[in-house]
Design a protein around this ligand. Structure first.
Ligand SMILES: Cc1cc2nc3c(=O)[nH]c(=O)nc-3n(C[C@H](O)[C@H](O)[C@H](O)COP(=O)(O)OP(=O)(O)OC[C@H]3O[C@@H](n4cnc5c(N)ncnc54)[C@H](O)[C@@H]3O)c2cc1C
Length: 385
């Protein structure tokens, strides 16, 4: 009987296990996770769950009994310390070894850190620790005006905290959305009473707050750092697999070793549409990448070519984003951005390369079709719909 081992019991790992069973795999599935919780989804941790609105049970990928019911050997609180591809086995923290026929690396990412006392937001424990501090109406300083920093700012404001955000870029979400749309998010937060400090970096975190690169000191009860995440590639690198920004795979999510696959935040996969490898640190990529890797492990023909997709909720703004703005030369709007109900299209040579729908729903499929088709469009047609 074949044994398939999945390292990393997050969304990608859990969804891969589910797909293996749904596709009829009747061998052994071992799902190994370093955390003590069964697989859960992270987006609520900076949104409704952080705001005390969502129930804890709702964050989990499966019911507690699902793993036993589906004969998935879920080993929590267990760290894989080494992958030995030559021997087809992984070594565990307790010194034991687990053989595999095929292996999926779904180890995700960990927050990038700064020296000094600060809070980070990756796990359910992190979210609960912050929620307790927010409830005290604290003075909160957030380092980083990207997705997690801004969602955390919104949650802190909802809890009645005073919030300052420090960001070295000229505006919020500058790299993800560019200055024009990034500024829209900055204005939204400013209108909610968030003090935004752009063009300045946190040089040092201290017990009383932050020292900025300009030398100025900002005091705060607590500092939250949201400056991005680093993929957990150590195991793969030590195992001699090809690693770049993430664990390198082809478009079927197979690594440089034919019996080892990678999916989710940790994978840098060849994307046929872009003609290069991409790494996507978003929920939908774990949701779909895990199953794609599972099918690939089963020997099915897989070309994983989903477009990068992301969503966020901040105050009364809900949005979905598809594609990649890199290299755009024009932005076209359908609807008025100031009304907070619109679609923005990023174009390159009159072709749509990315789209963002803000408080407009059921349009993602159409936007993604437009991006994938590569057809030339006329801005007037786009803006009038
Ligand atoms: C607070 C927060 C909010 C987010 N909000 C959004 C959002 O609104 N929209 C969006 O699109 N995306 C969002 N994301 C991103 C999204 O959650 C991630 O892309 C997704 O969790 C990736 O899933 P994954 O399974 O690849 O990795 P992870 O969820 O990181 O899971 C990997 C697991 O592997 C475990 N692991 C690592 N190394 C080992 C080892 N050696 N042995 C055993 N286990 C190991 C880790 O402990 C972890 O549990 C958010 C992320 C965070 C942190």
């Amino acid at each position: 009987m074949a044994t398939y081992v999945i390292v990393g019991a997050g969304l990608a790992g859990a969804k891969a296990a589910q797909t293996l069973r749904e596709e009829g795999f009747d061998g052994e599935i071992v799902l190994i996770g370093a955390e003590s919780e069964r697989p859960y989804e992270r987006p609520p941790l900076s949104k409704e769950y952080l705001q005390g609105k969502g129930e804890r049970e709702k964050i989990f990928v499966h019911e507690p009994g699902w793993y036993a019911d589906n004969d998935v050997d879920l080993r929590l609180g267990t760290k894989v310390t080494r992958i030995e591809p030559a021997h087809h086995l992984v070594r565990l923290g307790d010194g034991s070894r687990q053989p595999y026929d095929k292996l999926l690396i779904a180890t995700g990412a960990v927050p990038r850190r700064l020296p000094g006392p600060a809070y980070y937001l990756r796990t359910v424990d992190d979210s609960e620790a912050l929620k307790r501090r927010f409830a005290e109406g604290a003075d909160v300083l957030i380092v980083g005006a990207s997705w997690i920093g801004l969602e955390t700012a919104a949650a802190a404001r909802a809890a009645g905290c005073q919030v300052t955000v420090v960001e070295p870029e000229p505006t919020a979400l500058n790299r993800a959305l560019g200055p024009e749309l990034g500024a829209l998010f900055a204005r939204l937060h400013a209108s909610k009473g968030v003090n935004l400090r752009f063009g300045t970096a946190a040089a040092e975190i201290t017990d009383s707050g932050v020292r900025l690169s300009s030398g100025e000191r900002l005091t705060a009860d607590l500092v939250v750092v949201g400056i991005g995440a680093a993929p957990e590639v150590g195991l793969a690198r030590d195992a001699g697999l090809d690693v770049g920004q993430g664990v390198l795979t082809d478009s079927s999510l197979r690594t440089s070793n034919p019996d080892v696959y990678a999916a989710g935040d940790v994978a840098e996969f060849f994307h046929p549409l872009y003609g290069r490898r991409v790494r996507v640190e978003h929920w939908a990529n774990a949701l779909h990448g895990g199953p794609a890797a599972a099918r690939s492990m089963l020997g099915q023909e897989v070309v994983y070519d989903r477009l990068p997709y992301f969503y966020t909720d901040q105050y009364e703004l809900g949005m979905e984003f598809s594609g990649d703005i890199e290299g755009h030369d024009e932005i076209v709007y359908r609807g008025d951005p100031e009304s907070m109900e619109f679609i923005a299209y990023w174009l390159r040579d009159r072709r749509v390369i990315a789209g963002m729908n803000v408080n407009v729903w059921d349009v993602v499929d159409d936007i993604q079709e437009l991006i994938k088709s590569g057809v030339t469009v006329h801005p007037k047609e786009l803006s009038s719909g």
